[in-house]
Design a protein around this ligand. Structure first.
Ligand code: ZN
Length: 686
């Protein structure tokens, strides 16, 4: 240890022979470097400047990690679903603040100890352990956020790696040299400048993110209002022959439009189904799934229409699966999933930053309540979606561009909670709680039946039937309320003359099981209950019905031929922009009502990879994929690891009689299998 007679107040001014920290003394003795004295510990202002620089760098690294996962491998998880639209500056800024706030108490003991020792022995000015400690603390904090942002690591791993990396890099971050002391305030200012630049960049991007201002000259291009009634199964609508009058308003609207009696979703759950109906690609082609966003260069209908001069907006109730992070929001100028993603608030800051949740739970532990987490299972009721949709349409009044508005309603998705003001038409029990109105109740009963011994079998069977009936009644009740809301929305728009030049699409993204084939909910099978969805296309409708109607020939048509929702983008671009080449695969469904001659059958395919609801649908937990094709008045379902099923579409809508092993069906089966391979070639031997 070297000592000096002068007090350390002269630090940084007098040169002296000493060991450079971290080097082996032998080596340094040989070199005998004369370095300036820098003090026993960094000063508080230096330590805080270093924390600012490290904080900003950590935030930028964290943002980089996140972007690499989202843009590079298109990874999506529950946290990316709620990421702020201001993430580009909000994450670095929040992380910087949290790093500084964490660094101060972590650095303080060693800095205080150094100050105390300096007071006790003012002669001792050899750089002490506070330098290394400060470096290690800042190194740890530099890597903690970016490591926490890496998805799929064991919870302990980010902490352990950050400790290791922090220790290894401590001397790079904090150095007892005059050069470091000179540079560190500059680094802090540069960090703050970088944050300012990120904020400015985001503002610039937002300002220039509006759609192109071009619009098509000539006759006015029609608007498009596209309504998805999430989880609406066709055969529960009176429109499709259900014995209960669940959808009187939609039935009336269908008489103004074209109803497809055998429309199929491409998948039995929201995300792949929506991407298919926006791109025309089959699920195995577009690849969007629970942890991966749609990322192909092939356009969505919103992107195409925006490029053609449309104003575009999407307002969705299914905020998780129609989330913009999954690519469902691609091409929409205005898109609302979790409404708070636009907010700049303490809540958004803390939930966006990887360090935020840690800070929140640490604060809770010491009895300080920072924020409430946003709820993931949030969804807007039909009243809100309809009101916001109408508001957006009204806001377009001064815009000469045609518009495309996509609305997703989720009122018949579990939990089935009827709207309070709806009269009890089909459900007469006590008001259900969120937990007593989910498909999971059905799965629980089905599982108990599966495990029951013969003596209990009948009782368990009755329980399953009772749960199925209760959930089904609730579903019908919800559907009745939804019908009311959507019907009213359309009626109001028509009365205001806003449908006079607007095509309306009404469809469902998939259906729902209520005990059929032993299933509940959706995402677990390709039976009719999950894939047969409503599809109504309503041509522009004048305020006054007596108006000459150029669509009179189409209104009230019912098309029996099986069709797939994947033909919607091709159909709608054909109807909105006739004469333009459609960039979408699939056919224009208009040929079904424009021609009275029989038309060439459509490709109708539904796919499910790795059944999704692993926790509940024990019936399919061993299956890797399933595919259903509809052709020749039959549905054939192929499975990995399970025998093929073949059902008559017309004579067996409940799919109770598997014809696959009938010798007289073997040729049909072979033809349908070949068609499946042609439509979507892939390895079917798994
Ligand atoms: Zn859905």
């Amino acid at each position: 240890m070297t000592t000096r007679p002068e007090p350390s107040s002269t630090e940084g001014t007098a040169p002296e022979v000493r060991h450079a920290p971290g080097r082996r003394p032998g080596l340094l003795h040989r070199r005998m470097v004369r370095e300036p004295v820098v003090g026993r510990a960094p000063t508080w202002s230096e330590a805080i400047s270093a924390a600012v620089a490290v904080g900003v760098l950590s935030g930028v690294l964290e943002l980089g990690v996140l972007m690499a996962q989202m843009q590079g491998i298109h990874y999506v998880d529950w946290t990316t679903l709620m990421i702020s639209r201001h993430a580009g500056w909000l994450i670095p800024a929040t992380s910087a603040v949290l790093v500084i706030l964490a660094a101060i108490p972590m650095m303080a003991p060693m800095l205080a100890l150094a100050a105390w020792r300096m007071r006790r022995s003012p002669g001792v000015i050899e750089p002490g352990p506070a330098w290394g400690w400060t470096g290690a603390v800042l190194g740890f904090l530099l890597f903690l956020g970016p490591m926490l942002a890496i998805r799929g690591l064991h919870p302990i791993a980010p902490m352990a790696i950050a400790v290791g990396l922090g220790y290894r890099t401590r001397r790079l971050i904090v150095r007892p040299t005059l050069g470091w002391k000179r540079q560190i305030p500059i680094a802090a200012v540069a960090g703050i400048g970088l944050l300012g630049l990120l904020v400015a960049t985001q503002w610039h991007v937002e300002a220039s993110a509006k759609g192109p201002a071009v619009f098509r000259a000539g006759k006015p291009t029609p608007n498009l209002l596209w309504i998805v009634l999430d989880t609406l199964r066709a055969d529960r609508m009176s429109l499709y022959g259900y014995h209960r009058p669940t959808t009187p308003r939609l039935d009336a609207w269908a008489r103004r439009g074209i109803t497809f009696e055998t429309a199929r979703s491409t998948a039995p759950w929201t995300l792949p189904s929506h991407i298919s109906m926006f791109t025309g690609l089959w699920p195995s082609e577009h690849g969007a799934c629970v942890d991966r966003a749609y990322h192909l260069d092939r356009p969505t209908i919103a992107e195409h229409l925006r490029d053609q001069g449309y104003a575009t907006a999407g307002i969705v109730a299914n905020v998780r699966m129609c989330n913009t992070s999954y690519g469902v929001g691609r091409g929409f100028d205005h898109y609302v999933d979790y409404p708070w993603r636009d907010e700049v608030s303490l809540e958004m800051a803390l939930t966006s930053s990887a360090l935020g949740p840690m800070a929140i739970s640490l604060a809770r532990r010491v009895g300080f309540h920072l924020i409430d987490f946003y709820p993931y299972d949030y969804h807007q009721p039909a009243t809100t979606i309809a009101a916001e949709g109408r508001q957006w349409i009204e806001s377009q009044a001064g815009d000469r561009r045609p518009y495309f508005l996509f609305l997703n309603f989720m009122d018949v998705h579990g939990p089935y909670l009827p709207m309070a003001e709806t009269p009890q038409r089909f459900y007469h029990g006590p008001p259900p709680s969120k937990d007593s109105a989910r498909p999971e109740d059905g799965w629980k009963a089905a599982r108990a039946l599966e495990a029951a011994d013969p003596a209990q079998h009948d009782a368990r069977q009755k329980e399953v039937e009772a749960v199925a009936r209760r959930l089904g009644d609730l579903y019908d009740e919800c559907l009745s309320g939804l019908d009311d809301q959507v019907g009213r929305l359309l009626e109001n728009l028509r009365e205001e003359g806003r449908l006079a030049n607007t095509w309306v699409v009404i469809t469902g993204d998939h259906g729902e099981h209520f005990g059929e084939h032993g299933h509940f909910g959706h995402g677990s099978s390709l039976y009719n209950e999950q894939t047969h969805v409503p599809l109504i296309l309503i041509p522009p409708t004048a305020r006054d019905d007596s108006h000459p109607d150029r669509f009179a020939h189409a209104r009230g048509r019912r098309i029996a031929a099986p069709v797939s929702l994947r033909d919607l983008p091709s159909t709608m671009t054909g109807l909105l922009l006739p004469g333009d080449r459609s960039p979408f695969p699939g056919q224009n469904l208009a040929r079904h009502w424009r021609s009275n001659a029989p038309v060439e059958p459509d490709a109708v395919l539904s796919q499910l990879d790795e059944p999704r609801l692993k926790g509940d649908d024990f019936r399919t937990s061993d299956i890797l994929w399933m595919e259903a094709i509809v052709a020749e008045d039959h549905t054939m379902i192929e499975y990995s690891r399970r025998p093929t099923e073949l059902f008559s579409l017309k004579f067996d809508p409940k799919q109770q009689h598997n014809l696959a092993d009938r010798p007289e069906q073997s040729e049909r089966r072979a033809r349908m299998h070949k068609r499946l391979d042609e439509l979507c070639p892939r390895d079917r031997d798994r």
